[in-house]
Design a protein around this ligand. Structure first.
Ligand code: ADP
Ligand code: F6P
Length: 323
């Protein structure tokens, strides 16, 4: 097997806090092992257009504590076409890139799979605040986003309490409810509404508010996953039906930024290191995941075909402790 001399690294899809820690670990590990690293800008766009630069040990100084991604990120529709892949392969050959680290969500994994199939070994790692990668217990950025949501909703609780109001808060997660569930538990939500669990406004909100009011509750937090959406209409219905003044808040992209937590920096660093270990051996078409608190790697096809079950038992537990 020919020695791996150069690898590329890119971040793709929505950014996530901790991506910089991963980039740092990849660059430092690779250079320490005599491998050159090309930093590719704006995801697969940079690969197709040859927008890249050689990184050195100091290119990744002072980034471990920063949210976002120093390599920038983007969505690149052209990469979903064979023409786009062909262009990327050509650029990889031109820059003598022997392997690639891709940090992103499952869309980005599909790109990495296609590139691996076309002769460029890729190793991917999950970076998304949604925690929606079936094959991994955890995705980089989830913990930071959760802490941000918690802080924001704690603030909402203050004003909610002062006014005896109900606050309906929409959190991100695309189609997945993990962010809503975990944050909902952490903020002591009266109700958590997600796509994965059928929702009945009468049973899940009006009845709960009525019942808890009987024991003295005067303010309420309802956490809604963005996949369900419609928080403004929901707030209106709650106010009309219960008489409790209600406000809707969409937290939005504030959830994607900010200083990464210890968990995100730590797991990103370990995962980045693991990615280089694989590429160094010429191994591609793998995803580096967290399983039972360990960093392991699995086949990309397997990763893409693994569904993440929504923890219904935890959802029910949340209901029980919000009475
Ligand atoms: P995420 O990686 O966070 O899931 P996206 O789904 O937007 O985000 O995907 C990011 C990028 O990955 C896309 O813009 C595209 O360049 C690439 N990608 C997504 N799906 C595919 C696919 N089916 N085949 C090839 N590349 C894809
Ligand atoms: O996948 C991360 C995520 O923040 C989702 O939670 C959300 O649905 C989406 O990205 C938002 O994407 P954009 O940044 O394109 O608005």
């Amino acid at each position: 097997m020919a020695k791996v001399a150069t690898i590329g690294i890119l971040t793709s899809g929505g950014d996530a806090p901790g991506m910089n820690a991963a980039i740092r670990a990849v660059v430092r590990t690779a250079i320490n092992r005599g491998i050159r690293v090309m930093g590719i800008r704006r995801g697969y766009n940079g690969l197709i257009n040859g927008d890249m630069f050689e990184m050195n040990l100091r290119s990744v100084s002072d980034i471990i504590h920063r949210g976002g991604t120093v390599l920038y990120t983007a969505r690149c529709p052209e990469f979903k076409t064979q023409e786009g892949i062909d262009k990327a392969v050509k650029v990889c050959r031109e820059y003598e890139i022997d392997g690639l680290v891709v940090i992103g969500g499952d869309g980005s994994f599909r790109g990495a799979r296609d590139l691996s199939l076309n002769g460029i070994p890729c190793v991917a790692m999950p970076g998304t605040i949604d925690n929606d990668i079936g094959a991994s217990d955890y995705t980089i950025g989830f913990d930071t986003a959760l802490n941000t949501v918690m802080e924001m909703v704690d603030r909402l609780r203050d004003t909610c309490q002062s006014h005896d109001r109900c606050s309906v808060v929409e959190v991100m997660g695309r189609h997945a409810g993990y962010l809503a569930l975990h944050a909902g538990i952490a903020v002591g939500a009266t109700a958590i509404i997600v796509n994965e669990v059928p929702f009945d406004i009468e049973r899940d909100i009006f009845d709960v508010m009525k019942r808890t009011a009987l024991t003295g509750k005067k303010h309420y937090i309802i956490v809604v996953s963005e996949g369900v959406g419609g928080v403004a209409e929901l707030a209106k219905k709650i106010e009309e039906r219960t008489g409790v003044e209600t406000r809707a808040t969409v937290l939005g992209h504030v959830q994607r930024g900010g200083t990464p937590t210890v968990r995100d920096r730590y797991l990103a660093s370990l995962s980045g290191y693991h990615c280089v270990e694989l590429l160094e051996k010429g191994i591609g078409n793998r995803v580096v995941v967290v399983k039972d608190d360990k960093i392991v790697d699995i086949d990309i096809y397997e990763a893409l075909n693994t569904k993440k079950p929504y923890p219904l038992d935890i959802h029910m537990l949340a209901k029980e402790i919000s009475i």
